[in-house]
Design a protein around this ligand. Structure first.
Ligand SMILES: C[S@@+](CC[C@H](N)C(=O)[O-])C[C@H]1O[C@@H](n2cnc3c(N)ncnc32)[C@H](O)[C@@H]1O
Length: 259
């Protein structure tokens, strides 16, 4: 992210953001009060944070294929596990929001695009009655995530490979999806394509969450395109993530929310 873009997008978010006093739509008001602004109480979250801390203290390195850059060539690079755990994955606050939302909406069929170490997957699968499918292209990260998730969860499947290929195959036979987190390829075309593909397996209550909506000019464009999509009704911009609903019973509205 360019520093200029980051500052500009944050100022714009900060100027536009509203709080509970501006929320009149009952669904948004309740979601904001009960999930987004709620203190996250689940004791399971502390255990997940202990695992994050262990990764942060790791001295290991991994070979990571950068499939998210869109390069056709192999862009394998060696990265510290501690750097990935510190800078490369969803922060606690947003993982907790997603886990609480899954609980609040009683979502069952969950998809995560981009597993990395599996930390956020632990949040998404915190409720045993969920079925979480998570996608990762880097073999070394799949190994780490599998080791963690096989030990901690019975309700998670990790699908290895490039999402460009694995996602359409999965969707051919998947059940309808309740919650989808887009956190892999942060490029305009890939974001739109994955959204379009997942829409086909969505239903009126499905929630789509996009990470890094203000990361770059192209992610801003992708976010604008999503907001204007004819099936999209409600969108919530929390700066780091964007939350999307397609429920036709909700009024088409776009909120920028203070957290
Ligand atoms: C930001 S990380 C995911 C972090 C994870 N959701 C979390 O919060 O813990 C993005 C991951 O997506 C993977 N990725 C990016 N593009 C991909 C693609 N086209 N196919 C498969 N995996 C991809 C990367 O290897 C990386 O591990």
């Amino acid at each position: 992210m360019s520093e200029f873009h980051r500052i500009k997008s944050y100022i714009s978010y900060w100027l536009d953001a509203v709080n509970i006093h501006s929320l009149h739509a009952p669904f948004v008001y309740e979601l904001y009060r009960k999930v987004l602004k709620q203190k996250h109480q689940n004791p399971a979250y502390a255990a997940i944070e202990n695992i994050r801390e262990k990764f942060r203290a790791s001295r290991h390195y991994v070979e990571v294929d950068d499939l998210g850059s869109g390069s056709q060539k192999s862009t394998a690079s060696t990265r510290r596990v501690s750097d990935i755990a510190t800078y490369g994955i969803t922060r606690r606050k947003y993982s907790e929001i997603m886990a609480d939302m899954i609980d609040y909406m009683d979502y069952r069929q969950i998809v995560e695009l981009g597993t990395s170490l599996g930390i956020n997957t632990l949040y998404l699968s915190a409720k045993p009655n969920t079925q979480v499918t998570t996608f990762e292209g880097s073999a070394s990260l799949v190994n780490i995530a599998n080791e963690l998730l096989e030990d901690q969860r019975k309700n998670v499947t990790v699908i290895e490979g490039n999402i460009d290929k694995t996602l359409p195959l999965f969707l051919e036979s998947s059940p309808k999806l309740d919650f989808i987190y887009f956190d892999a390829n942060h490029q305009y075309r890939a974001t739109l394509r994955y959204f379009d593909l997942c829409l086909q397996q969505g239903h009126d209550q499905t929630c789509f969450v996009f990470d890094d909506i203000h990361l770059s000019e192209e992610m801003e464009r992708a976010w604008d395109w999503i907001k204007n999509h004819y099936q999209v009704t409600l969108t919530l911009d929390l700066y780091q993530i964007g939350i999307v609903f397609i429920n036709p019973e909700l009024r088409k509205q776009h909120y920028v929310l203070e957290l």
